[in-house]
Design a binder for this molecule. Sequence first.
Ligand code: FA5
Length: 324
Amino acid sequence: MDVKKLLDDATGEISSANDIAILNQIRVKYLGKKGVITLMMKKLKELPKEERPKFGAVVNEVRNKLEELLSEKLEELKQKEKVERYEKIRVDVSLPGAKRDKGHLHILTKIQRELEDIFISMGFEVVEGPEVEDTWHNFDALNTPEWHPARDTQDSFYFDENTLLRTHTSPIQIRTMLEKKPPLAIISPGRVFRRDYDSTHLPMFTQMEGLYVDKDVTVRHLKYTLEEMARKIFGESAKVRLKPSYFPFTEPSYEVDVWFNGSWLEILGAGMVDPNVFKNVGYDPEEWSGFAFGLGLERIAMVKYGIRDIRDFVRNDVRFLENY
Ligand code: FA5
């Protein structure tokens, strides 16, 4: 048996083993129960007596040497596996972190809150009402009977003959007056729906209704309230202009423009509450008077920020939304 060759072979195998499983196979091959060295020890008995001590010593030496090599290699491989494991889970703290985009309120929500603050500071209370409305609250009680042409200009989405998506926030006037005794001052923001769609009209848009009922209310109260709102939203130089208009539920009625950035722009409808509306909710028109208005929130945002196409509000394009 060429012991030197055996040692060389084994040393070569051990040094090229690159994982612990392979190293274990090598250990079994040489030192296991049926391993090369073990078998050599067994052969010892077959040798003549005088050769046994010398051969035994050589085999022992080889076994010790292999054990030493195996355990050195085992340490080395363990170390290597550890490094590899750490490498896999290593975090490079010097890399730039994952940047999360920070969201913010939608421009319309901001305008709505801004307007709410302005009117609350003037003593108005915020109320809300249903988006699915009946024709009585949306039209009839607002002095707009079925035959009235104003019903056509606010064509909407009907569920059945008497139920529709409200076309304006004005039904809130009726709901509030049926519930509260005058004097009162409310605003009511919310979604409204119409069969409209172009660069200045959406099928779903946002209005804010205002209603003030007290004794001896005049157009001057209305104009002052709207001027105050315009100055706070658009700045001290903003001016307000009332133009005669028509709504069935106000008399007289106005369309209201603001002067901003060098031009007049229409942002709302308003007027003095029609005596018939007071009668419909059981208020005595001889005793009570009031004004009402309906603002278009998208239009206010368009004027303030110079937005040309109203459809941008609902396109959900972050490149647009990011600007506000
Ligand atoms: C009304 O809706 C009345 N209810 C307003 C009112 C309330 C008058 C109380 C008197 C007393 P009008 O249809 O004009 O009026 O709409 C009011 C505002 O809503 C408009 O000035 C405009 O700013 C906005 N608006 C109307 N239609 C659309 C639309 N399709 N898309 C976006 N904004 C609209």
